[in-house]
Write a protein that binds this ligand. Structure first.
Ligand code: AMP
Length: 142
């Protein structure tokens, strides 16, 4: 597998060199909203430590990212009135990965509403800010 590239866009977000709509952060993980959400509240959960994907992430970081993804999935139910949540994670180009820092997608779902196609529409910053605030509030009261 190719080596981890420290200049990927998510590494820059983790280092604070690029902005994001943050919903959660601790010493080992960061979660922020996807700028092209497949449904409102679509969140990405990342380990802070460098990891290209499932093949090089440490077992501890993978477990921690899973714990954070679970918290966000539960919070999405109250924050967005979701009926369910889709969790996705892609590895290498052949597996659908586009950004090469491991991330888990947590996508709130409503009965009968299909997900938008991947990368179909960039969401307005105001809508992302409002959804990030809703999710962060639901996480704090969980
Ligand atoms: P994938 O690697 O296939 O999981 O796709 C990368 C995801 O990152 C896509 O859903 C993009 O919409 C999303 N994305 C790309 N750049 C950014 C960014 N700067 N902030 C938030 N999400 C992003």
């Amino acid at each position: 597998m190719p080596a981890y590239d420290p200049n990927n866009i998510f590494a820059k977000i983790i280092r604070g060199e690029l902005p994001c709509h943050k919903v959660y952060e601790d010493d080992k993980a960061l979660a922020f909203l996807d700028i092209m959400p497949r449904a409102p509240g679509h969140t990405l959960v990342l380990p802070k430590a460098p990891a290209r994907n499932l093949f090089d992430v440490s077992a501890d970081d993978l477990a921690h990212v899973s714990r954070v993804a679970q918290k966000i999935a539960k919070a999405a139910i109250s924050a967005f009135g979701a009926d369910g949540v889709t969790v996705q994670q892609f590895n290498e180009s052949a597996g659908g990965q586009v950004v090469f820092h491991l991330h888990v997608h947590v996508i709130p779902r409503k009965d009968g509403v299909p997900m938008k196609p991947p990368a179909s529409e960039k969401e307005k910053p105001e809508a992302l800010a409002a959804n990030a605030a809703k999710l962060a509030t639901a996480l704090k009261s969980a």
